[in-house]
Each structure stands twice: as structure tokens, then as C-alpha cells.
Design a protein around this ligand. Structure first.
Ligand code: CP
Length: 325
């Protein structure tokens, strides 16, 4: 029988001093800075074609993805492999979840195979928290329902830091379906902790009730909202999560909330355009803006691998890089 470890003491031993990465709500500014610092060190190492320290050698990362993903899943897999680790990917399709096995039974089953860390994407908000209570290995939340997507926010912060040289004091506008967006929630927590001024803009039906209580400024008119912003982060309209009538039509949405060259006429010349992907081209962002000179969408994807390397390294507690930090 596997002995249940004290997760807090395991967490205290890892380099981030937390047992699991469940959300940016639970990260301090210092912990966010630690992830960013290591990410930039890894990036420098990769840019200079230096060998990346194999800090995950002999370790196994399980990727449990019960919702579709291109970026998050593949970047976690690449991140683990670049650090010398092994990965095992399980999706709902083709696993015994299709035969009715519960998430908890699935997670306990894969833990019995002795992995070192579990990455979970799941449609139910709170599912990584639930597994964190039950399993004795670190859990990384790779997106839970409408709730949080912490590694997306960390890679967004890294991209802002890279292109703007700072985060503190920047004016960041998040546009779109804030109510159903785990990306928006994780970014609001993380950006505010790092000293950015955060505003949101979207149709009233797609803004959460009392959103201003998160410490953000609320706008309904896009042209006015973009005016003084350093960063505009537009979000995917999650048509699969919306009830009929909750969202304007694609055409209406694009007309009032789509980021186009015409809208950007009122924005700063050096505004950074971000999108977590996947993009509904021509709905929340025009192809010209998505592929234009101010867009850093593909830089976000590249930084995703690097930030996830940092997170995996910090949570698995290998001291090989302690001198770097
Ligand atoms: N941004 C993001 O989470 O993308 P995927 O759903 O492709 O992982």
C-alpha cells in the first residue's frame, strides 16, 4: 500500500513552496516573480543553444486532459521532455472515463503508477482542488471550467514583461467573454498582484456580476476603452459554454467588440495585442490584427512551453538549479 504523504511538507520542500499550482489567486507576487525569473533564464539558455539542465530526468508527468486542448497540452508535454522527463497523456476519449470511471478513480489509478506530478484540464471548476485533497503528488491546474488557467496567465505575464520591459503600472484591457473565461480570471489576479491597472470590456451579458469587486474598471464601449491602454488582451468567445440568447450573434459581437484596425486607430501606436487562442478569426479579432505587427499571439504560445518548464521544475523540487534563483 502506498503511504499517504503530507502534501504541505512536500510543498514546503519544493522550490515554489506550495504543494500544487491551482490558481493565480493563491500565488504571491514573489512566487509569480520566481516563475518569471526562471522562465527568462530558461529562455536565455534556449536562445543561446545551451543545453537545458535535465531537472526532470527520471520523473514522470501525467497529463489528464478531459477537455480539448492544443497549446496547453502540447506545451506541457514539450516542457517536461525538454527537462528530460517522461510524459503520459490520458484524454477522456479512449480512457475508461468513457466507461463511467470517475475522475477521482482515474486519478487514483494513475497515481498508483507512481508519477511525480499530475496536470489536469477538466470542465468542472474546482476539480484540481478536489484532486489536490486526495492525491499526494503536486497538481497543476491546466484549466478548470470557468474558474482558473494559471499557467496561461503566467505565460501572458512573461510575454508582457518581455515586450514592455515591465508589468507594474501598465494599463491592461481584457475584452470579451469575461464571465466564462478562466483566462480572464487568472490574468486579473496575477496582473493586479504585479501592479498592473486592469480594465475589462464586453457585452453586459458576458461580464460576471459585480466584476468591479475584482478591482477592475468596467467598460462597455470598446473605442473608448482601448484609448490609453498598453496591452489589449482579447478572449475567445466560448460559444460552447453559452446559453442561447446569452451572446450577441457573431456579426453583432464583431461589430461592437471585435478588435480591428479601425478600433485600433484610437489606441496607442505601441499597444500589445494578445489572445490566448484558439482564435475565432473575424469575430473577437480581425485576421489583419491577429497577424499584424502589434500581435504577440505566437510569442505567447512559445513562452507557454518555457513558463511550463519553470512551473514543472519548481513544483517537482529538484535542487539542480537552486543557484540560479
Ligand atoms: N489557451 C489555451 O488554453 O489553449 P488550448 O485550449 O489550445 O490549450
Amino acid at each position: 500500500m502506498r503511504e499517504k504523504k503530507n502534501k504541505l511538507s512536500v510543498g514546503a520542500q519544493n522550490l515554489l513552496s506550495i504543494p500544487s499550482l491551482l490558481g493565480t489567486e493563491f500565488l504571491s507576487k514573489a512566487q509569480i516573480e520566481q516563475v518569471l525569473k526562471l522562465s527568462f533564464l530558461f529562455k536565455k539558455c534556449l536562445k543561446q543553444n545551451q543545453a537545458v539542465p535535465q531537472t526532470l530526468a527520471g520523473k514522470t508527468v501525467i497529463l489528464l486532459f478531459f477537455e480539448p486542448s492544443t497549446r496547453t497540452r502540447s506545451s506541457f508535454e514539450l516542457a517536461a521532455k525538454r527537462l528530460g522527463g517522461n510524459t503520459l497523456v490520458l484524454t477522456k476519449e479512449g480512457s475508461s472515463a468513457e466507461k463511467g470511471e470517475t475522475l477521482v478513480d482515474t486519478a487514483k489509478t494513475v497515481q498508483a503508477m507512481q508519477p511525480d506530478l499530475l496536470v489536469l484540464r477538466h470542465p468542472s471548476a474546482g476539480s484540481p482542488f478536489h484532486l489536490d485533497q486526495i492525491l499526494d503528488i503536486p497538481i497543476v491546474n491546466a484549466g478548470d471550467g470557468f474558474h482558473e488557467h494559471p499557467t496561461q496567465a503566467l505565460l501572458d505575464l512573461m510575454t508582457i514583461q518581455e515586450f514592455k520591459g515591465k508589468i507594474e503600472g501598465l494599463k491592461v484591457l481584457i475584452v470579451g467573454d469575461i464571465a466564462h473565461s478562466r483566462v480572464a480570471r487568472s490574468n486579473i489576479y496575477a496582473l493586479k498582484k504585479m501592479g498592473a491597472e486592469v480594465s475589462v470590456c464586453g457585452p453586459p451579458t458576458l461580464l460576471p456580476p459585480k466584476v468591479e469587486q475584482m478591482g477592475v474598471e468596467v467598460h462597455y464601449e470598446l473605442e473608448k476603452a482601448v484609448k490609453d491602454k498598453d496591452v489589449i488582451m482579447t478572449l475567445r468567445i466560448q460559444f460552447e459554454r453559452l446559453n442561447p440568447g446569452q451572446s450577441p450573434s457573431r456579426g453583432e459581437y464583431s461589430k461592437f467588440y471585435g478588435i480591428s484596425e479601425s478600433v485600433l486607430k484610437t489606441a496607442k501606436a505601441d499597444v500589445l495585442i494578445m489572445h490566448p487562442g484558439p482564435v475565432n478569426r473575424g469575430v473577437e479579432i480581425s485576421p489583419e490584427v491577429a497577424d499584424g505587427s502589434r500581435s504577440v499571439i505566437l510569442n505567447q504560445v512559445g513562452n507557454g512551453v518555457i513558463v511550463r518548464m519553470a512551473v514543472l521544475h519548481l513544483l517537482t523540487g529538484n535542487e539542480l538549479l537552486k543557484g540560479w534563483l
